[in-house]
Write a protein that binds this ligand. Structure first.
Ligand code: ADP
Ligand code: ASP
Ligand code: MG
Length: 407
């Protein structure tokens, strides 16, 4: 008898019919004799809807109250799914994060799971029930309700699988696996059969929102076999995310990720002296704003330099305001801001042993006349920041040139 943790995302439980279809799928698994723990998201659109209501009441709602509000979305779907299962004659019980006792730290809106008490879940499994657990939520040491950040139900599922030492964690969503790139951007994207934790972590970090970053971190740390599958069509293999040593064919490039959430800020004509980077970025980090890419250009003339960096678009106006002050304080010439940029990245473990991939990437973008504004590289990825209007063109031409549509 296997113990399987399954997660169904927002689209998969987005209507009564979908919930009933998911219940049927779960019942079939349970009839095969597997023990099942199922984690679900809120119905699609619900988390956004609740966020908008909150903003009608308060411009900047308290993070604690936001967590109390947003966790209701998942409380709705766990109860409805349990009812749908019971209606099919499949014994099921729902638990919220705090009922299980998924303990997190107290960082409201982006809490991290610290521990999971498995007593209740094991007792219910032992009584022959399917256990349905609310995704995306937990409770801190003081009993305050917390959430794990957008897309956090993936992390709930993987953390449950790790805590229960499940045989597999299955993430059911609206695509039938992890593709070489977002199939919404490139219809020729190809489903991968396997991908390493490390590559998936890069893909997720660079904007492929098919899995929350932390869920992949968890899976990699606790070696949880993680599979992405479709809840809508029957394809039992999906994509397996696993350790590098389990992967036979190692592609040089496995995927292309993109991130539309970035914005670029530049300080033009800053006196080129020691301490510049520190003086510009200190107030930014003090405001709790995370910086992604950084480029400082070589002194052009008169000992002046330009300093550019990217931040999350949500932090754009706050960062711009801070930079205006820094500009005055450092006697720089001007602030330039651009929230019309995207980041496009090539990811692949094979890059470690292959030189020249970056040059090839730049050549392809040059042929398409796409100007590169920023570049950053690591062992297994190359990222460029470009004008947002070239997103599709860049992704599709790179996908074709690196032949990612072919096995
Ligand atoms: P869920 O609501 O089930 O959590 P998400 O919308 O969070 O689903 O994630 C699934 C979506 O991720 C897909 O519809 C797809 O557009 C997007 N996506 C982005 N990059 C990829 C990729 N490389 N492979 C598959 N899907 C991707
Ligand atoms: N409902 C939450 C969100 O929309 C969590 C999740 O779906 O994973 O982000
Ligand atoms: Mg998701």
């Amino acid at each position: 008898m296997a113990l399987i943790v399954q997660k169904y995302g927002g689209t998969s439980v987005g209507s009564v019919e979908r919930i009933q279809a998911v219940a049927k799928k779960i019942k079939a698994f349970s009839e095969k004799g597997d023990q099942l723990v199922v984690s679900v998201s809120a119905m699609s659109g619900e988390t956004n809807r609740l966020t908008e209501i909150a903003q009608e009441i308060q411009d900047v709602p308290s993070l604690r109250e936001m967590d109390v509000l947003l966790t209701t979305g998942e409380q709705v779907t766990i109860s409805l799914l349990s009812m749908a299962l019971q209606q099919l004659g499949c014994d099921a019980i729902s638990y919220t994060g705090s009922q299980v006792r998924i303990t997190t730290d107290s960082a409201h809106g982006k809490a991290r799971i610290k521990s999971i008490d498995d007593h209740r879940i094991h007792a219910s499994l032992g009584a022959g029930k399917v256990v349905v657990v609310a995704g995306f939520q937990g409770v801190d040491e003081e009993g305050h309700i917390t959430t794990l950040g957008r897309g956090g139900s993936d992390t709930t599922a993987v953390a449950l699988a790790a805590a229960l030492k499940a045989d597999e964690c299955q993430i059911y969503t609206d695509v039938d696996g992890v593709y070489t790139t977002d199939p919404r951007i490139e219809p020729n994207a190809r489903k991968m059969n396997t991908v390493s934790y490390e590559e998936m972590l890069e893909m997720a970090s660079l904007g492929s929102k098919v899995l929350q970053i932390r869920s992949v971190e968890f899976a990699s740390k606790y070696k949880v076999p993680l599979r992405v599958l479709s809840s809508l069509i029957d394809n039992p293999t999906g994509t397996l995310i696993t350790s590098e040593e389990n992967i036979m064919e190692k592609a040089i490039i496995s995927g292309i990720a993109h991130n539309k959430d970035e914005a670029k800020l530049s300080l033009i004509g800053v006196p080129d002296k020691p301490g510049i980077a520190f003086k510009i970025l200190k107030p930014i980090s003090e405001a709790n704003i995370e910086v992604d890419m950084i480029v400082q250009s070589v002194s052009a003339r008169e000992g002046l330099t330009n300093f550019a960096f990217t931040v999350h678009r949500n932090d754009f106006s706050k960062a711009e305001e801070i930079l205006q002050k820094v500009c005055k304080g450092l006697d720089a010439k001007a602030v330039q801001s651009d929230d019309n940029v995207v980041k496009v990245s090539l990811v692949g473990i094979g890059m470690r042993s292959h030189a020249g991939i970056a040059t090839q990437m730049f050549e392809i973008l040059h042929e398409e006349n796409v100007n590169i504004q920023m570049i950053s590289t690591s062992e297994i990825k190359i990222s460029v920041v470009i004008d947002a209007k070239y997103l599709e063109l860049a992704v599709r031409s790179l996908h074709a040139a690196f032949e990612l549509d072919k096995e």
